[in-house]
Design a protein around this ligand. Structure first.
Ligand SMILES: Nc1ncnc2c1ncn2[C@@H]1O[C@H](COP(=O)(O)OP(=O)(O)O)[C@@H](O)[C@H]1O
Ligand code: SF4
Ligand SMILES: [Mg+2]
Length: 386
């Protein structure tokens, strides 16, 4: 996309820069102009009406894209809107507003026949493999079902089911006639992956695919996903609340908080140099060799407690109620995405400079100077000229 087109789109949505006037800030600045962008999500909004006229703002204007063969990790605490984002890409449910484009075609605006064909190219696997498989059906029938729907012959189905089971490391002779309850969680996830791949999709959305599995099995399933990605030339969105899991599998990582994207960057860059205070906090909550998981998780808890309710999210920056660097500006002005490095985008008025100071800064209270800027180790960095 040319700069001109991007500018026009920003003007149309009125989101080219905030009232504070950060030049170059935009909800879409992270979207790339590349021929090999397979999936592009723009201004995705998903809201659920709940009792008493309240609305859950589950996803509030999320934009990202994924290039062919790329794996995008989508991380954030439980309840921040990751699964809703994944499901609304599949149009289950359709987003409240915004667009999901597959090779440039907007899924939301398609007639049903075209939509069916497009959906074939998008598949999803879920956290709980056992409950996502119909307990009454044979494994062969579960995997063959999408092929049957698409009209392939019984012989072709049998051959494809056997080929796909073998691809995911299961022996078709031993597995085909059994039912899901006869398998372990890891084996059921292999079966789910086979079912998702049998139509040879282009995009696989993995929603916490290893969170319900034993640690020893997690690595096997992650390795299998990498293998399948190679074999079927997949583009992947890998959703997880666990940054440690996302780290190795992702080319790029997008961090989400309370329905919004905070930061998106190449995986190595995000782990080495997080610029958003929330990303930094998440990173500091990964248990290290000399720390137990409880100590690390406590950092998240101490950072102003729980995530606020998505029914009434905070004004301005949604992270401000937990952020050690929040200023008055953060309460009145929503920070828009802007570029801070090569492929690195952050939505923060006062992004971090050095990763190491971030972790310690996230732990305690921060004194403020007269202009409202926090004193101490956390120093906002100027974005101009980046
Ligand atoms: N069908 C629904 N109706 C009402 N609220 C929902 C529905 N689905 C999800 N939510 C709410 O939307 C928010 C985001 O949920 P979800 O996308 O599942 O988060 P995550 O996957 O990051 O844990 C949560 O507050 C959740 O309770
Ligand atoms: S400094 Fe402000 S804008 Fe940045 S994360 Fe903290 S509250 Fe949000
Ligand atoms: Mg989820």
């Amino acid at each position: 996309m040319t700069d001109l087109v991007k500018d026009e789109r920003q003007n149309k949505t009125g989101a080219s820069s905030g009232p504070g006037g950060d030049p170059g800030a935009s909800r879409h600045v992270q979207l790339r102009d590349a021929d090999d962008v397979v999936l592009s999500v723009e201004d995705l909004v998903v809201e659920f009406g709940v009792g008493g006229g309240s609305t859950v703002h589950a996803v509030s204007g999320v934009s990202f894209d994924v290039r062919r063969g790329e794996t995008l990790g989508l991380v954030g605490e439980s309840g921040c809107g990751k699964s809703t984002t994944g499901r609304s890409i599949m149009q289950l449910p359709k987003p409240t507003s915004g667009s999901v484009r597959l090779h440039g075609d907007n899924l939301g605006g398609m007639p049903s026949g075209q939509m069916r064909r497009a959906r074939r190219k998008l598949q999803m696997i879920f956290q709980d493999p056992i409950s996502s498989l119909n307990p009454r059906r044979r494994i062969a029938d579960i995997i063959a079902e999408p092929l049957r729907v698409w009209g392939s012959s019984p012989d072709a189905r049998k051959a494809k089911v056997a080929e796909t089971l073998e691809a995911v490391g299961l022996d078709p002779q031993l597995v085909a006639d059994r039912r899901p309850h006869q398998f372990s969680g890891g084996q059921c996830q292999r079966i789910s992956i086979a079912r998702a791949l049998v139509l040879e999709p282009e995009v696989l959305i993995c929603d916490e695919p290893v969170s319900a599995l034993d640690v020893s099995v997690q690595a096997q399933i992650l390795n299998l996903l990498e293998e399948m990605k190679e074999r079927y030339q997949l583009t992947m969105i890998f959703i997880s609340h666990d940054l440690a899991v996302v780290r190795n599998i992702s080319d790029r990582v997008a961090v989400m908080y309370l329905g919004k994207l905070c930061e998106i960057a190449p995986a190595v860059e995000l782990f080495d140099r997080p610029r958003h205070h929330y990303s930094s906090l998440l990173l500091s909550s990964i248990p290290s060799a000399d720390q137990d998981a409880t100590t690390s998780a406590a950092r998240l808890d101490r950072s102003g407690g729980e995530m606020p309710s998505p029914v009434s999210p905070p004004s301005g920056c949604r992270f401000r109620t937990r952020c050690p660097a929040a200023t008055e500006r953060c309460a009145v002005e929503e920070p828009l995405m802007r570029q801070v490095g090569d492929g690195h985008f952050v939505a923060c008025h006062h992004p971090l400079e050095v990763a190491e100071v971030v972790a310690s800064g996230a732990e305690g209270s921060v004194e403020r100077s007269a202009d409202g800027t926090p004193d101490g180790a956390l120093r906002p960095v100027a974005l101009e000229g980046v």
